[in-house]
Design a binder for this molecule. Structure first.
Ligand code: ACO
Length: 333
């Protein structure tokens, strides 16, 4: 699915993020499972990750990130007409985490729903909301990527427990005023023949929660890392190239690429294939690990707030996750 033009231009009016206070370092993980700081840093680039407190749910993190984004956008909760939360770790299977967020923010005029597209979810939400705004259905939308992956991590599996973390990121989308930035091009895709490469097998209708299933860790994430790695590099490169081409840009025009924060080797490979110098690729996975749907959203907010890009700059967001799913966006800031 792709698009290049719309009658009403849509911009990102504000960004926000929230990371739990509790830091879990590689050294601490090496006490729990047979791993080392050296292995984790060399293979992934991750040094530490954040872990949400016991009573801190995905919706709480999402709402905190959303409040920051609203503040930056200069909008109040009642100005928001649409809330989309991308997550694979909702507070509960139903109702949607977006409904909890709506209540926590007091954004009672907003339509609220969740989407499940794993790490690509925030960019899926961006494309959906951009279209709903440009079609004239809504004026202001809140898109949020939020995850409490610590609840679906098998803490006895060294192949996965070193990778994930908790957190949330958000952005306010609204109609652009003349002279403002815009989301210029978007792309998203999926390959359902590869669902088995990355999944939480239990907890749904195929494998309901039972004591036995929980003992087998079927409620936690499993991944065939090497296979996922290869597809991730190819699909993210293709998705990024498509939005760059549709935007009419060249690699030298791009001020910043914000890729999904799963593995530094994947990020380096994508930068190389897109011919974008590493210093123009934003990386924060050393601090937070892979926070799935939250990763690109948190990185966008950090880059925005630390002045990595300025108004008018061309930036590219690209992500990849379970499904398998992928998505990209070209944004004139
Ligand atoms: N510490 C020490 N050794 C380890 C660890 C660990 N934490 N984990 C695995 N190993 C060992 C393995 O057992 C294996 O040993 P062996 O050779 O004796 O069998 C060896 O290290 C190599 O393991 P690989 O899995 O082949 O390691 P690889 O270099 O592929 O790195 C990784 C694994 C980091 C998972 C990588 O494959 C990756 O990043 N994949 C893509 C992840 C991704 O992008 N996911 C998408 C988004 S996630 C989402 O949607 C929720």
């Amino acid at each position: 699915m792709s698009e290049t033009t719309s009658v009403i231009e849509v911009c990102i009016a504000g960004t926000g993020s929230y990371l739990p206070e509790n830091i879990l370092t590689n050294a601490e993980l090496a006490i729990r499972v047979d791993t080392s700081d050296e292995w984790i840093v060399t293979r992934t680039g991750i040094r530490e990750r954040r872990i949400a407190a016991e009573g801190e749910f995905t919706s709480h993190m999402a709402s905190k990130a959303a409040k920051n984004a609203l503040e930056q956008a200069g909008l109040a909760a009642e100005d928001i007409e649409l809330i989309v939360v991308a997550t694979i770790t909702p507070d509960t299977p139903t109702p949607a985490t977006a409904c909890h967020v709506q209540a926590q923010l007091g954004a009672f005029k907003a339509v609220a729903f969740d989407i499940s597209a794993a790490c690509a979810g925030f960019l899926y939400a961006m494309k959906i909301c951009k279209r709903l705004i440009s079609d004239g259905a809504f004026k202001n939308a809140l898109i949020i990527g939020a995850e409490k992956l610590s609840t679906v991590t098998n803490w006895e599996d060294r192949a996965t427990c070193v990778l994930f973390g908790d957190g949330a990121g958000a952005a306010v989308l609204r109609r652009s005023e003349p002279g403002e930035g815009s989301i210029v091009a978007t792309e998203m895709g999926a390959d359902g023949s590869l669902t088995h490469l990355l999944e939480i097998p239990g907890g749904g209708s195929a494998c309901p929660i039972t004591g036995e299933n929980v003992n087998k860790h079927l409620h936690t994430l499993t991944m065939q890392g090497k296979e996922v790695f290869k597809v991730a590099v190819n699909r993210m490169k293709e998705a990024a190239e498509k939005v760059i081409e549709r935007a009419g840009w060249h690699p030298e025009d791009i001020a910043c690429v914000i890729p999904h924060q799963a593995n530094l080797r994947i990020i380096d490979a994508i930068a190389d294939r897109l011919a974008v110098p590493n210093e123009r690729v934003f990386v924060n996975l050393h601090k937070y690990g892979n926070t799935s749907a939250a990763a690109v959203a948190i990185a966008l907010d950090e880059a925005n707030r630390t002045g990595v890009f300025k108004r008018g700059d061309h930036i590219v967001l690209v992500a990849f996750g379970a499904g398998l799913t992928w998505a990209a966006a070209a944004i004139r800031w």
